[in-house]
Write a protein that binds this ligand. Structure first.
Ligand code: NDP
Length: 453
């Protein structure tokens, strides 16, 4: 069996060269699935793993647009439709200069298992562009989004593929993308999620990833008879996920002390309270400013600029109880993981996708702390997107309490599914294995049912 998984990984690397993030995501999942393949030879016979690592469809396209100076700009657009065994493709769009095929494929691959865990009928996909929205005017962002959708619209639809937001794609971008889709198709359908509340959006969708991450952390702590009350928490990022994770932490009595962006991070020993968070939300969502401005407003906090030469991120070296990485992939490396453990961290719950490198994950698992991989703990975002799709299909809007209640229930179910799957395969307490196994089984069995497609 060693050989089967190892040779599969070798094949994936040979067939998909220069895609390190994709290799990393595949490796993490395949290592967890050894025990499943041992017990279920039918998956190996049907080459389920080989099929899972091959996207059903990969679309790469040119996105030409004109900036405010009248100059022509050209970006690259992507949509990776990874797996549709359990429902229409579903997954976010990321606009960030680092976007490339490897990042799109790792995210789409992760999305397959995450969506399966939500209990809702959604396949996995991801898309985006190397377009950088930072510093662009609203009109430039609109022109880019319109050009992007002018190609993407022919590949998506409410029963085919339903994109949402991710890094660099928030309410503003979803609005421009939706407007252009509607114009091109001449139909008003739930083709995107994360829509505005006046035009088909769901209450609690903006909050859902961050809230869900914290609900998941609360479930994990509850297994030890603990709560978040009074816990000192390190949070990275200051975008959608970080903001609402921080909001829920404050509501549950925890004390978040850090936030970051790609330029640096702030450490506020007194704690980030509701007023300070409101300042951050206005700074990031309205003025689109940098996190360093926090210390101009709250001078007792300390700002540390990112050092691109450093071998670790000092944000993770503060004394705390819990960590919530909510910025981007591989933001916790081996050294950061060691620092977190040395400082007594007892819980790491990932809001971002794959924020911990493989050696960091190994250290967390070896230390036996409560550690949740993003595909389980940040699934509340896509789950609530699934609830938005359900409301769109019914042409109804559920009240806030109903959506939030369902979100909580889904996070509880995901937590239980991880615990149960890990236990069933002799890996009790290992949320990484639990999430990968539970997510895999539903997709793999559906693929078997549907024949060789
Ligand atoms: P946003 O664009 O709203 O915020 C991203 C934050 O992370 C910003 O503070 C950004 O700083 C920082 N960041 C991004 N890239 C880097 C980088 N390379 N180095 C350092 N900091 C960086 O995105 P979201 O909050 O939506 O997404 C955050 C994470 O959560 C991502 O991993 C995403 O895939 C994941 N996620 C998001 C979901 C959602 O519903 N939005 C659902 C599930 C997962 P700066 O402004 O300087 O770029």
């Amino acid at each position: 069996m060693e050989d089967y998984v190892a040779s599969l990984l070798t094949q994936v690397k040979a067939k998909n060269p220069a895609e390190p993030e994709f290799h990393q995501a595949v490796q993490e999942v395949m290592e967890s699935l050894r025990v499943v393949i041992d017990r279920h030879p039918e998956f190996r016979a049907a080459k389920i793993l080989e099929r899972l690592v091959e996207p059903e469809r990969t679309i790469i396209f040119r996105v030409p647009w004109q900036d405010d100076q009248g100059d022509v700009q050209v970006n690259r657009g992507f949509r990776v439709e990874m797996n549709s065994a359990i429902g229409p493709y579903k997954g976010g769009l990321r606009f960030h200069p680092s976007v490339n095929l490897s990042i799109m494929k790792f995210l789409a691959f992760e999305q397959v298992f995450k969506n399966s865990l939500t209990t809702l009928p959604m396949g996995g996909a991801k898309g985006g562009s190397d377009f950088n929205p930072k510093g662009k005017s609203d009109n430039e962002v609109m022109r880019f989004c319109q050009s992007f959708m002018t190609e993407l619209f022919r590949h998506i639809g409410p029963d085919t593929d339903v994109p949402a937001g991710d890094i660099g794609v928030g309410g503003r971008e979803i609005g421009y993308l939706f407007g252009q889709y509607k114009r091109l198709r001449n139909e008003f359908t739930g083709v995107l999620t994360g829509k505005g509340i006046n035009w088909g959006g769901s209450l609690v969708r903006p909050e859902a990833t961050g809230y869900g991450t914290v609900y998941f952390a609360a479930e994990m702590l509850a297994t030890k008879g603990l709560t978040l009350e009074g816990k000192i928490c390190l949070v990275s990022g200051s975008g959608n996920v970080a903001q609402y994770a921080t909001e829920k932490l404050i509501q549950l009595g925890a004390k978040p002390v850090t936030l970051s962006d790609s330029n640096g991070y702030i450490y506020d020993e007194a704690g980030i309270d509701a007023d300070k968070l409101a300042f951050v939300m206005e700074l990031k969502n309205v003025r689109r400013g940098r996190i360093r401005e926090y210390v101009e407003r709250y001078p007792n906090a300390v700002y540390t600029e990112t050092d691109p030469e450093a071998d670790h991120n000092p944000l993770w070296a503060h004394k705390a109880d819990c960590a919530f990485p909510c910025a981007t992939q591989n933001e916790i490396n081996g050294k950061d993981a060691a620092n977190l453990l040395a400082n007594g961290i007892t819980l790491v719950t990932e809001g971002a996708n794959m924020p911990t490198s493989l050696d960091g994950v190994e250290q967390f698992l070896e230390a036996g702390i409560l550690y949740a991989p993003g595909k389980a703990s940040n699934a509340g975002g896509v789950a609530t997107s699934g609830l938005e799709m359900a409301q769109n299909s019914m042409r109804l809007n559920w009240p806030r309490e109903e959506v939030d209640g369902r979100l909580r229930h889904i996070m509880k179910s995901i937590h239980k599914a991880c615990i149960d799957a890990a236990e069933a395969y002799g890996l009790a307490g290992n949320y990484v294995a639990g999430a990968n196994i539970a997510g895999f089984l539903k997709v793999a069995n559906s693929m078997l049912d549907q024949g060789l497609v």
